[in-house]
Design a protein around this ligand. Structure first.
Ligand SMILES: *Cc1c(COP(=O)(O)O)cnc(C)c1O
Length: 394
C-alpha cells in the first residue's frame, strides 16, 4: 500500500493534477457554465449519472476547479468526498435541507455563528422543523434534548464568540446511538487543528471565507463527509445552487496550500496575545482554549492539535471601555469576519451577534463587553504593542 503523506504535503499536493490539455502546473480556473458532450449518448449518460464527468457548473462536481478544491479539502478533513458552496451559510443551509424535513427536530449548540442562529431560530421553524438550542459543552443537556423526531445534532466548537469547546467524540457517539447525524462547524479550528470526521462526526463544514481562503478576499463554504451523505447533498446542491464561483475555488486551492503554515503562526501569535491580555490589569477576563484557565482547556488539548487564532476578552469598564479600545487600535482592523492574515477586532453584541436576542446572549455568555479578536500573522510584538497602547487610552 502506498504510504499516506502528511498533512502539510496534502495541503500542497492533494488532488492537484497537471492540466491534461496544456500541462499547466497549477489548477486552471474553469470559467465556464456548461460542458460540451462528445455525442448525445454521452450527454444522456452524464445526466443519468452512469458516466462521471461535468455537465453544467451548478450540478456537482461543478467544474474541474471546484472538483480539485472539494477533493483537497476532503483529503485534509479525512472525508470521502467534499462539496464547495458560495458561502459558509449556503453550506449550512444545504446540509440542513439534505437532512431535515417538516416534523423533524434539530439539536444545536446554543452559541453558534450569528446567522446560523438566525437560520435555525427564524427560518427552520417556518418549515416545520423544531430546534432546541442547548449548551453542548455538557453532554447531559444533549441527552435530555433528544426526541423521537430528532434527526441531527449540530455543534460548533470552538464556538463563536465565547470559545466554548464541546466534546466531538462523545457527542458523535451519542448521535450514533440515536441513529442521527452529527454535523460540526469546524470554521474556527480548521482541519489543521481539528478533524471532526476522525473523531466520529458524520459531516464537517467550514466557511472558506475565514482560514481556508485565509486572506479576507473571498466568500465560500465547504463540506466534507461520507460518500452516502455527500451524494444526497450533491442532489440538493443541483436543485438549490448556491455553489462557489470558479475564481473563488481557485483562490481557496491557493489558500489551502499555505494553511498549515498560516495556522501555526495564527496559533502561536494568539497564545502570546492571550497571555498578554491575561496579564493586563485593564482586562477583566480572556477566553482562549490554549490558556490553562479556559473552562474546557483539557478537552481542547485532547481533541485539537493546536488552539487556532481566535480569542475573546472583556475590558474592565464593560461595553464603553471595549468600544474605546476598538476605536483606538491602529494596526488591528475594526472589522467582522476572521481568519485573515491581518488581525481583526470586533464587538459581537452590536455586530456579528446583534441578531441574537439579548436574553439569549446573556444566557450563553456573549456579554455586552465581549470583544472578539482574530489574531493575524503579523509580528506578535506589533499586535501586542497596538493593543497595549489602545488599552492605555481607556
Ligand atoms: C463566518 C462563519 C460562518 C458563515 O460563513 P459565511 O462564509 O460568512 O457564510 C459559519 N460559521 C462560522 C463559525 C463562521 O465563523
Amino acid at each position: 500500500m502506498e504510504r499516506e503523506v502528511k498533512f502539510a504535503t496534502k495541503c500542497v499536493h492533494a488532488a492537484e493534477k497537471p492540466d491534461p490539455a496544456f500541462g499547466a502546473h497549477t489548477t486552471p480556473i474553469f470559467q465556464t457554465s456548461t460542458f460540451i458532450f462528445e455525442n448525445a449518448e454521452q450527454g444522456a449518460a452524464r445526466f443519468a449519472g452512469e458516466e462521471p464527468g461535468y455537465v453544467y457548473a451548478r450540478i456537482p462536481p461543478n467544474t474541474p476547479t471546484h472538483a480539485v478544491l472539494a477533493e483537497k479539502f476532503a483529503a485534509l478533513e479525512g472525508g470521502e468526498a467534499g462539496q464547495t458552496f458560495a458561502s459558509g451559510m449556503a453550506a449550512i443551509t444545504a446540509v440542513v435541507l439534505t437532512t431535515l424535513k417538516q416534523g423533524d427536530h434539530l439539536i444545536s449548540t446554543d452559541v453558534v455563528y450569528g446567522c446560523t442562529y438566525s437560520l435555525f431560530s427564524e427560518v427552520l421553524p417556518g418549515l416545520g422543523i423544531d430546534v432546541s438550542f442547548v449548551d453542548t459543552s455538557k453532554i447531559e443537556n444533549i441527552k435530555r434534548a433528544f426526541k423521537p423526531e430528532t434527526k441531527m445534532v449540530f455543534i460548533e466548537t470552538p464556538a463563536n464568540p465565547t470559545m466554548t469547546v464541546c466534546d466531538i467524540a462523545e457527542i458523535s457517539g451519542l448521535a450514533r446511538e440515536h441513529g442521527v447525524i452529527c454535523v460540526v462547524d469546524n470554521t474556527f479550528a480548521t482541519p489543521y487543528f481539528q478533524r471532526p470526521l476522525e473523531l466520529g462526526a458524520d459531516v464537517s463544514l467550514s466557511s472558506c471565507t475565514k482560514y481556508i481562503g485565509g486572506h479576507a478576499d473571498l466568500l465560500g463554504g465547504i463540506v466534507a463527509g461520507k460518500k452516502d451523505f455527500m451524494k444526497c447533498l450533491a442532489t440538493i446542491v443541483g436543485y438549490t445552487g448556491g455553489i462557489m464561483g470558479p475564481h473563488e475555488a481557485w483562490l481557496c486551492i491557493r489558500g489551502l496550500k499555505t494553511l498549515h503554515i498560516r495556522m501555526e503562526r495564527h496559533a502561536e501569535n494568539a497564545m502570546k496575545v492571550a497571555e498578554f491580555l491575561e496579564s493586563s490589569p485593564r482586562v477583566e477576563w480572556v477566553r482562549y482554549p490554549g490558556l490553562p484557565g479556559h473552562p474546557q482547556h483539557e478537552l481542547a488539548r485532547k481533541q485539537m492539535s493546536g488552539y487556532s487564532g481566535m480569542l475573546s476578552f472583556e475590558v474592565r469598564g464593560g461595553v464603553e471601555a471595549g468600544r474605546k479600545l476598538m476605536d483606538n487600535v491602529r494596526l488591528c482592523s475594526l472589522a467582522v469576519s476572521l481568519g485573515a492574515t491581518d488581525t481583526l477586532i470586533q464587538h459581537p453584541a452590536s455586530m456579528t451577534h446583534a441578531c441574537v436576542p439579548l436574553v439569549v446572549r446573556k444566557r450563553v455568555g456573549i456579554t455586552d463587553g465581549l470583544v472578539r479578536l482574530s489574531v493575524g500573522i503579523e509580528d506578535p510584538e506589533d499586535i501586542i504593542a497596538d493593543l497595549k497602547q489602545a488599552l492605555e487610552i481607556i
